[in-house]
Design a protein around this ligand. Structure first.
Ligand code: GLN
Length: 526
């Protein structure tokens, strides 16, 4: 069997047993990246040399009898929102083009310590804002199942590279659906863990109360393998949970007898594509056949999810992205027309005065000139560095946080967020999991929604509440449209119930083979 056809679990076992070298596994995936990524654009950086060097070192380690890490020899692709000290980290933004972080994100450090092989950084929507991957400053990702269509986003590169077998597993991040939605649209399995389960240190912040890193793979079993390495407390992230990490891979085969899955009838309302509705209902039937019971439940505030998310997330983003001003971080505009101070005065080491010059005071004039030039430099750097969607979010967030609007928008959104969270607490009194669609349609064409932000935001209907409530969710393929595009199913669980999410998905994947289908582009050349 070719390494690129093996599950991550089998691949790691084969390396451990000496049936496959880490070098051969890595070469197999690098070869596929070289052959396929010109059409897909899933990678923003490929670390051929570094990956081969790491793989060779792992093989040497094995030969010398040293203990191997739990992911030894496993190629992993990492979303370009996570800092890597040896590769650029751009967040798919011109603002960070060429930025080389001084340290590895905690998740990246854990992957390296587990002897995984990082093959590259994946494309995404700029600063993770988007659901189609069209907001990347470095061109969209093409969905491996139909190259004219969007792979979903914002972790579109991570989803597409796993779907096209360019990596067995990938790391994504999910603020309002960015792991689950592209996983669903690309026919792979993606898990958004409970808020705090995985350290966010070194994840470029979008909306800090919602962001969470998680695994993307071809199956629940492979997600479990990856989650076990990346989960756990990190003193460097104050929001990471100081709780033991379960052995996620060990309990997957326990039958689902007694497990209650909630079905929300309102999920099947207007806007849900009938083919998606049909596949989702079939998945509920499969869960019943696997021993679970399906119970209709109500989530009374779910319809306020998108409106709430599109206040909370932009408000946090407007604050998080304030640091990119060309001085502290990010792209700096070249001094050009309209600059009143000489460029030498605009070095970051110069003290920045908050003082506003009084008209007429000599001292103030000098300071005022400097200040206005500085502000102009900030403005131009941000105007040049950020793309249109990021600017839209910053403006939305700044407006909603401004005096006079704060109570009407941001404070109100926080109240509704509490109600949404309470819906989950109430639902989980009655059921163990909540099932349903991930996206209302199986796929949209590149360009189809990019001119209509509101239509794009509505794509997040089924995924944002999970983040607002801070609970976990997983998505996986549950069928295909007549046109051959994957359809996703989502399960959500109470906080820290990842073992149940993974087990239920694994049991479903035991009964069905949707997750085994590969796009034609992934077929091996003859
Ligand atoms: N599509 C959502 C947005 O645009 C979610 C993004 C995410 O989860 N990073 O904000």
């Amino acid at each position: 069997m070719q390494p690129s056809d093996m599950s991550a679990v089998d691949l790691v076992n084969a390396v451990r047993q000496g049936d496959l070298t880490a070098l051969r596994a890595t070469e197999a995936f690098l070869e596929r990246i070289e052959r396929l990524d010109g059409q897909i654009n899933a990678f923003l950086a490929v670390d051929r040399e570094g990956a081969l060097r790491t793989a060779a070192a792992i093989d040497d380690k094995r030969k010398s009898g040293k203990p191997l890490g739990p992911l030894a020899g496993l190629p992993v692709a990492v979303k370009d929102a996570l800092c890597t000290s040896d590769l650029p980290t751009t967040c798919a933004s011109k603002m960070l083009a060429g930025f080389r972080p001084p340290y590895d994100a905690e998740v990246v450090a854990r992957l390296r310590a587990a002897d995984a092989v990082i093959v590259g950084k994946t494309n995404m929507d700029e600063f993770a804002m988007g659901g189609s991957n069209e907001n990347s400053a470095f061109g969209p990702v093409h969905k491996p199942w139909a190259l004219t269509r969007a792979p979903g986003g914002s972790s579109g590169g991570s989803a597409a590279c796993v779907a096209a077998d360019m990596a067995p597993v990938a790391i994504g991040s999910d603020t309002g659906g960015s792991i689950r939605q592209p996983a669903g649209l690309c026919g792979i399995t993606g898990l958004k863990p409970t808020y705090g389960r995985v350290s966010r240190r070194g994840l470029v912040a979008f909306a800090s109360s919602l962001d969470q890193i998680g695994p993307m793979a071809r199956s629940a079993a492979d997600c479990a393998l990856l989650l076990e390495t990346i989960a756990g407390h990190d003193p460097g992230d104050a929001t990471s949970l100081d709780l033991p990490v379960p052995a996620y891979g060990t309990d997957l085969e326990r039958p689902l007898e007694g497990v209650r899955i909630g079905r929300v009838p309102a999920h099947f309302g207007a806007g849900l594509d009938p083919e998606v509705a049909h596949a989702v209902e079939e998945a509920f039937a499969a869960f019943r056949a696997a021993g679970a019971t399906v119970i209709d439940i109500d989530m009374p505030h779910a319809d306020a999810g998108v409106a709430t998310y599109y206040l909370v997330a932009p408000c946090e983003a407007s604050s998080n992205l304030a640091r990119y001003d060309g001085a502290h971080y990010g792209h700096r505009a070249e001094p050009g027309k309209g600059h009143r101070a000489e460029p030498g005065r605009l070095q970051p080491a110069q003290p920045v005065s908050g003082h506003r010059a009084e008209p007429g005071s000599g001292q103030g004039n000098a300071s005022g000139g400097f200040e206005s030039a500085l502000v102009e430099m900030y403005c131009r750097s941000r105007a040049e560095g950020f793309g249109p969607e990021v600017k839209r979010r910053i403006m939305l967030g700044t407006y909603a946080l401004s005096a006079g609007y704060y109570d009407a928008y941001y404070a109100k959104a926080l109240k509704v967020r509490r109600l949404i969270r309470q819906d989950y607490l109430d639902a989980f009194e009655k059921v163990d999991l909540i099932g349903g669609p991930v996206s209302a349609t199986a796929a949209f064409k590149l360009g189809e929604k990019s001119g209509d932000p509101l239509a794009m935001y509505l794509v997040d209907l089924y995924t944002v509440c999970t983040n607002l409530a801070g609970v976990g969710g997983i998505s996986f393929p549950c069928g295909f449209t007549k046109g051959g595009l994957p359809i996703g199913f989502q399960l959500q669980a109470p906080a820290l119930a990842e073992p149940l999410l993974l087990r239920a998905t694994d049991r479903y994947q035991h009964l069905t083979d949707w997750h085994r289908r590969r796009p034609a582009i992934a077929a091996r050349p003859r």
